[in-house]
Design a protein around this ligand. Structure first.
Ligand code: SAM
Ligand code: SF4
Length: 329
């Protein structure tokens, strides 16, 4: 799959549910309305869709959400998709999770062929953690993180930078990640979905975070790339990688290798654009994949060049109306 700008599409992110057991302040409103279950693809349908993408050239699959591990019977999907690792059709099957259910599933994930997980933790302060996630408990998430480590999964910690909330914590988090052998990525808050408080109050440019960290840590540039939006440095003092995802201060679209599928079978060709393709109709129209393959091909042929996120006082409405939980980041 090659898009009109010559980019090879080899990475599919799949939001397996829009539901979540947390309500992070930058991601969801407290009183979110979720999709009626009837609109959501079954796990068998998700498997068929993901497998079609693998057949068409996707080499990396990431399950996300909402919270992927709160979807009932999710491990059956993970195990089924794991078969593509066995055949060599897929290089990597991975997951982005809030960690709340990791203690329960870490061993099974590893057994299904998952080698790495991204866990979202914005703070190591328990009270702040509950304030940010509204419903989360840090202790439960840390139990999950250490269960993942004990099961042999590599862990990357994702932290969203929030002005006046966790900007004083990155030193501590970086040291903690170094101590336990975790990589870390800091993410700029993106203007997605109506969440109540004004985005402009949450937005902290990572250029400032990086400049501040560089006063105390030796951040060495690397040419390590994943084809994704993160730019990596190596922290000399810990020997671990630190990534910065900067959609607002650095445009990363030129190397984009990914598309995103929602739990209703809608394909978004760009995180920051509204254009989408419905794959549920062709999926359900026939048991043969010809219609589906055609619809995927058409969608890739209109993948846009890039996005145009802006957060400032003149742009108070979200750049993209859907919440991050629809596509899973
Ligand atoms: N529930 C899982 C989790 O929290 O890791 C997976 C889904 S969550 C939508 C994926 C990632 O998107 C998380 O790291 C989260 O912090 C991030 N995220 C959510 N809303 C965001 C926003 N508006 N801007 C930037 N990152 C956001
Ligand atoms: Fe749930 Fe993840 Fe969104 Fe937090 S960031 S509300 S954990 S989907």
């Amino acid at each position: 799959m090659i898009d009109p700008f010559g980019r090879k599409i080899s990475y599919l992110r799949v939001s397996v549910t829009d539901r979540c057991d947390f309500r992070c302040v930058y991601c969801m409103a407290e009183d979110m309305t979720f999709l009626p279950k009837a609109e959501v693809l079954s796990l068998e349908e998700l498997d068929r869709l993901c497998s079609a993408f693998v057949r068409l050239g996707v080499r990396k699959l990431r399950l996300t959400g909402g919270e992927p591990l709160v979807r009932r019977n999710i491990m059956s999907l993970v195990r089924n998709l794991g078969r593509h690792l066995g055949t060599g059709a897929l290089d990597e099957l991975t997951l982005t999770t809030n960690g709340s259910q990791l203690a329960k599933y870490a061993g099974e994930l590893r057994a299904a062929g998952v080698k790495r997980v991204n866990v979202s933790i914005d703070t190591l302060d328990a009270a702040k953690f509950t304030a940010i996630t509204r419903w989360g408990k840090l202790e439960q998430v840390l139990d999950g993180v250490f269960a993942a480590k004990a099961a042999g999964l590599q862990v990357k910690i994702n932290a969203v930078a929030l002005k006046g909330v966790n900007d004083d914590e990155f030193d501590r988090m970086l040291a903690w990640c170094g101590e336990h052998g975790f990589e870390m990525t800091i993410i700029e808050v993106m203007p997605m979905g109506d969440i109540g408080p004004q985005r402009v109050d949450q937005y902290l440019p990572l250029s400032l975070v990086r400049a501040d960290l560089a006063k105390r840590w030796t951040l060495e540039d690397t040419d390590y790339q994943t084809g994704g939006p993160a730019r990596y440095v190596t922290v000399r003092e810990t020997g671990r990688r630190l990534g910065f995802i900067t959609p607002l201060t650095h445009n990363f679209c030129e190397s984009c290798n990914r598309v995103r599928l929602t739990c209703t079978g809608t394909l978004f060709m760009c995180l920051g654009q509204e254009d989408a393709a419905d794959l549920r109709a062709p999926l359900r129209a026939s048991i043969d994949d010809a219609l589906l393959d055609g619809a995927i091909g058409e969608a890739i042929a209109r993948k846009p060049k890039g996005h145009d996120f802006i957060i400032d006082r003149r742009h108070q409405t979200p750049a993209v109306a859907r919440h991050m939980s629809v596509t899973g980041g």
